[in-house]
Design a protein around this ligand. Structure first.
Ligand SMILES: [Zn+2]
Length: 285
């Protein structure tokens, strides 16, 4: 508190000191535990997990969610969690009730038991003694999304992408709860989306063009090399991949041009945020 010398405290300075703090996730100055872009990022992650594990996702949602299937790819230090989850999906698909051994966790600077425990806590694997099996969450996703589809079918490929996306988000949630390994690249992508939604919170339609400034803002302070990699990857410039989330980049206007399926996602999340804000206001009144 700032003592003014006249026996009174300056209220504005006092409020500033009491309420201003650093966002737990990105370090931006904010007035709560998280800044707004991070708050909306956590909301997106929670909402998608809940929708795909307990709810009935709207049909148009599937196309957008599949776009989040490989966002760990550029998160080089934490890619081991994603690779290990993909390996578990592979075994669970081919031989659902047999134990398996994961090889991927052995190839990382993160200790193998740590990788196993994060996957276990996320419901991707379960441990019985020393043996590993498919976890409850993974079994549920396979039952809901993949059962009965031929391995070569187009539909399986699409559903598999959705499964990878949901696993990605479930793992991200576990990692965020532990606060030891923060998947900043994954969080950064959702933060860019949050910033884009915030800029169009009151408009009817959200444009597909995301300005470079929103992108930079979402990834502010992060490892430049990893941000470069995610940019190449999402724009489809990595060998053997096609673009994700974005269809193009407009260099004249410095804009990332989203795929059409993402507009539905942006507006859907915006509507859920609006509903939540209205609900909060009702509770205050
Ligand atoms: Zn933040």
């Amino acid at each position: 508190m700032t003592y003014q010398g006249s026996g009174s405290f300056k209220p504005s300075a006092r409020a500033w000191q009491v309420y201003r703090q650093k966002c737990k996730l990105c370090g931006r100055v904010c007035y709560g535990e998280y800044c707004k872009p991070c708050e909306y990022t956590l909301f997106q992650i929670d909402h998608i997990i809940q929708l795909y594990l307990q709810g009935t996702p709207p049909e148009n949602m599937d196309d957008a969610i599949a776009e989040f299937d490989r966002i760990y790819y550029s998160n080089m230090s934490l890619r081991v969690f994603y690779n290990s989850a993909c390996e578990a999906v592979h075994y669970a698909l081919l031989s659902p009730s047999s134990p398996f051994e994961l090889v991927e966790p052995n190839f990382s600077s993160i200790p193998q038991p740590k990788v196993i425990s994060i996957l276990e806590e996320s419901g991707i694997i379960s441990k019985q003694g020393e043996e590993l099996y498919a976890g409850e969450m993974l079994k549920k996703l396979i039952r809901l999304r993949l059962s009965g589809l031929a391995l070569s079918s187009e539909e399986l490929l699409k559903q598999l992408r959705i499964v990878y996306a949901v696993l990605t988000l479930r793992m991200t949630k576990t990692l965020l709860q532990h606060e030891e390994f923060i998947p900043q690249i994954v969080v950064g992508i959702f933060r860019v989306v949050s910033i884009h939604i915030m800029q169009h919170m009151d408009s009817e339609n959200i444009p597909k063009e995301i300005p470079q400034s929103s992108w930079n803002n979402g990834f502010k302070g992060m490892n430049a090399r990893e941000v470069g990699h995610i940019e190449w990857d999402l724009l489809g410039m990595t060998p053997n991949t096609s673009p994700r989330i974005f269809a193009d980049y407009n260099p004249d206007r410095e804009q990332f041009v989203s795929k059409d399926c993402m507009i539905y996602y942006y507006e859907y999340i915006r509507d859920r945020i609006r509903e939540r804000e209205r609900e909060r206001q009702r509770q205050v009144q």
